[in-house]
Design a protein around this ligand. Structure first.
Ligand code: GLY
Ligand code: MN
Ligand code: MN
Length: 435
């Protein structure tokens, strides 16, 4: 009944590595995500918690993974929904505790109805809860009075582990990259002047569904000026002849994300100003990919991309200063007027994966190791409506980002999304071929 992407050994190895580093008087508690209501009695499609998926692949709601040290061994107990014919007639079949024990990499399974009492009793008996809080308010309430100070949050260990992908994980991520690459190619072929942003979205997401996949984040399809809005998401405008469209769309396979951005002209031919900016972003992207080497510091890709972009902005006459002035002391100079985001984030079970590296998460970001997967995604944006910075007329309304998913290896960076064309010649020939 289980549809696990990995064999028992892969999950047991993860559990062993994690639990062997936990204090033996801890009660590990990892609640699965809650179902979210969309309206009245209708819910959003369910997505299991990435830590639960990582440790045991369980994807039904109303479940909690726990672990405790007993008789010299770490033992996992998964609490799941009990079998219930009436509920299953309405909502779909359930695996139940017996099925869970047979088909999933766990040591015990019990009904979710027994979870609160079980956890309370274990805490009363002296175990210290090491829980992921903020997911399940009932669990938060139970543990709120107990002393958690000397027990690590499970995420501190799990995040480091999740940062480096195993061969098995990389295979799944290659599949997610392949599906998303093919989706972008299909969308390029379907593009024509006047096409609606939503129509490109439907080609992309139709391919995801057709491939038994789903989006890993809401697809961004921005034509013309909409491409300059970083988190544009309404995808509701038609795209005019002569405009570019920026498509940032990726999918998820067994929970593992891909994340691709391509930008192309809807009429199949880049104008000269579009070509100048596109080739500059492409040069920056290629330099940043080269910087994804074992032992490099986290911000190497961002430094590499920034250097190319700052120099290019000067060469194109958009900035009138020296390169070091353009870059600024902390890569915060005026080149940031047109490139406002980071160059990379880690990728895995979450599209902005755990393990540090995202601006604002307070962590410096890891030194790159073999097996890490990160995006490389520089861009330049010249929103026509901005009045806080100078927008050159020649480039007004142009927004371009190019994003690939890169595996760090001892032999250098491997672009998992290499199946998605990005040279001007390749893109122009795809669009002109039509559907
Ligand atoms: N699609 C989200 C990102 O590129 O980070
Ligand atoms: Mn990204
Ligand atoms: Mn993206």
């Amino acid at each position: 009944m289980s549809d696990l992407p990995f064999g028992d050994g892969e999950y047991r190895r993860r559990q062993e590595e994690f639990l062997s580093n936990m204090p033996i008087d801890s009660l590990v508690i990892i609640p699965n995500n809650q179902v979210s209501i969309r309206s009245n009695d209708t819910s959003y499609p369910y997505r299991a918690n990435s830590y639960v998926l990582y440790l045991c692949g369980w994807s039904e709601p109303d479940s909690i993974l726990t672990a405790k040290f007993d008789d010299g061994l770490w033992q996992t107990t998964l609490f799941v929904r009990p079998r219930d014919t009436k509920a299953e007639i309405w909502e779909g079949r359930r695996v139940g505790p017996e099925g869970a024990l047979q088909g999933w990499p766990i040591d015990n399974s019990l009904s979710i109805n027994d979870a609160e009492e079980y956890i309370s009793k274990k805490i009363e008996s002296g175990l210290k809860p090491s829980a992921i809080i903020g997911i399940d308010s009932k669990i938060d309430d139970i543990i709120s009075d107990s002393k958690m100070s000397d027990i690590p949050d499970p995420r501190t260990l799990l995040d480091v582990m999740r940062t480096v992908k195993s061969e098995a994980e990389i295979d799944v991520m290659k599949e997610a990259s392949r599906i998303a690459s093919d989706a972008h190619v299909k969308a390029m072929r379907a593009t024509h002047p006047g096409i609606g942003e939503w129509q490109i979205q439907s080609v992309i997401e139709g391919h995801f569904i057709d491939s038994r996949s789903q989006w890993s984040y809401k697809s961004i399809v921005g034509g013309g000026d909409n491409a300059t809005i970083l988190h544009y998401g309404s995808n509701s405008d038609s795209i005019e002849d002569g405009d570019l469209v920026l498509v940032d769309a990726g999918c998820e396979v067994h929970g593992y994300a891909s994340d691709i951005t391509r930008t192309w002209p809807v009429n199949g031919k880049f104008t000269e100003p579009q070509r100048e900016i596109y080739n500059l972003v492409l040069e920056a992207e290629e330099a940043a990919i080269k910087a994804c080497k074992v032992g490099s510091t986290w911000n190497s890709s961002h430094k590499a991309a920034s250097l190319v972009l700052a120099k290019g902005l000067i060469d194109l006459g958009i900035l009138d200063c020296t390169i070091s002035e353009a870059l600024g002391e902390n890569l915060d100079g005026p080149f940031r007027n047109y490139f406002m985001h980071g160059t990379s984030h880690l990728l895995g079970l979450d599209v902005h994966d755990v393990g540090g590296g995202r601006k604002g998460d307070g962590k410096p970001g890891p030194t790159l190791e073999s097996g890490m997967v990160l995006t490389v995604e520089p861009g330049l944006y010249f929103a026509s409506w901005r009045d806080d910075v100078e927008i050159p007329e020649r480039y007004s309304g142009i927004g371009i980002r190019i994003e690939d998913d890169v595996l760090v290896t001892e032999d250098g960076p491997v672009v998992l999304t290499a199946g998605c064309p990005k040279s001007i010649d390749e893109i122009e020939s795809l669009i002109s071929k039509g559907d």
